[in-house]
Write a protein that binds this ligand. Structure first.
Ligand SMILES: C[S@@+](CC[C@H](N)C(=O)[O-])C[C@H]1O[C@@H](n2cnc3c(N)ncnc32)[C@H](O)[C@@H]1O
Length: 313
């Protein structure tokens, strides 16, 4: 337990084409699986900044990489990445590679007290940073029915969102919802049909987790800042785990790698309207052997983009 197997590590390392003296940013440190490989590829003058909003991830990383002077480990949300890296490594003006490996880590899912799991009973929390924002239990106690329906339907892509939201609103009138097992059992009773191989609460738990952590908002903000931090020739690699996340990445990459459509038909496209970025390769999935060894990699999707311009030597 409490370990996290990094996904698509070889593909990420290849995509980032690490320069030994380069500067890199791992925006989702987790348990440091990707960071470890980045450090192994860096020389003694290379730099790595790693961010995580989960204080447990930072603590585990500080213990594991205590003697690693090339690494700056930073607690914070990647939507604040520009500010966080400026403070952590003011001498680094631009980054040769940035990785965003979205979603939750295995230790987060497997620790009952964090409240992410419908299989383990724990407090209904689900915050990646327990020191910020409000736990799911507090939000469920006050959210209006229609808003709850909307969140479960859109972020969970749950067809029974209305039934689930109605059951939650009914239940909270008699007793507050405070435990993951309590919510999972309530959803099981509310949902009339099971998807094969899926717990009835899978979609709702995903929706609530994405909502309390503002996962899509964080991602949009991080993508825009990452592009601003890239050196010419620098690359941004993003691993997403479901269609909503991937749609954010796909659309952002497409928009930033194409000419502004409003200006594309001009006889001479102004330099300022030329794209800043170019797509690198196609989207990649984990190979079958990796999926067999790590089922979590089944839904992983890697996309890579590069800042146009001569790479630094
Ligand atoms: C899939 S895990 C990363 C695993 C990591 N690549 C490894 O190999 O161990 C995602 C991590 O990103 C963190 N995270 C998710 N969203 C974040 C955000 N908005 N800002 C900072 N960290 C975030 C989570 O706390 C979690 O530790």
């Amino acid at each position: 337990m409490n370990e996290h197997k990094p996904v698509l590590v070889d593909a990420v390392l290849e995509a980032l084409a690490v320069r030994p003296a380069g500067s890199y940013l791992d925006a989702t440190f987790g348990r440091g699986g990707h960071s470890e490989r980045l450090l192994a590829a860096l020389g003694q003058h290379g730099q790595l900044v790693a961010i995580d909003r989960d204080p447990d991830a930072i603590r585990a990383g500080q213990a594991r990489f205590a003697s690693e002077a090339r690494l700056a480990l930073v607690h914070g949300a990647f939507a604040d990445m520009a500010q966080l890296v400026r403070t952590a490594r003011p001498q680094v003006a631009a980054y040769d590679g940035i990785l965003i490996d979205c979603g939750v880590s295995s230790p987060q899912l497997d620790t009952a007290e964090r409240g992410f799991s419908f299989r383990l009973d724990g407090p209904l929390d689900m915050r990646m940073d327990p020191g910020a924002g409000e736990p799911v239990s507090a939000w469920l106690a006050r959210v209006p029915y229609l808003e709850l329906c909307h969140v479960i339907a859109t972020l969970g892509e749950e067809r029974f969102a209305r039934r689930i939201a109605a059951a939650i609103v009914r239940e909270r009138e008699s007793a507050p919802l405070t435990r993951t097992a309590q919510l999972a059992a309530l959803i099981e009773r509310a949902v009339p049909l099971r998807e094969p191989g899926k717990h009835a609460a899978t979609r709702s738990f995903q929706a609530l987790r994405m909502w309390v952590n503002d996962e899509l908002g964080q991602l949009r903000s991080a993508l825009a800042q990452a592009v601003g931090l890239l050196a010419p020739g620098g690359r941004l690699a993003v691993i997403s785990f479901h269609s909503l996340e991937d749609a954010v990445v796909r659309d952002f990459f497409r928009d930033r790698s194409s000419i502004d459509p409003a200006l594309a038909s001009l006889p001479v496209v102004p330099a300022a309207a030329q794209p800043q970025l170019r797509l690198v390769g196609r989207k990649q999935r984990a190979p079958a052997a990796e999926v067999a060894a790590n089922p979590r990699s089944r839904s992983a999707l890697l996309r890579v983009i590069e800042r146009i311009g001569a790479a630094r030597s």
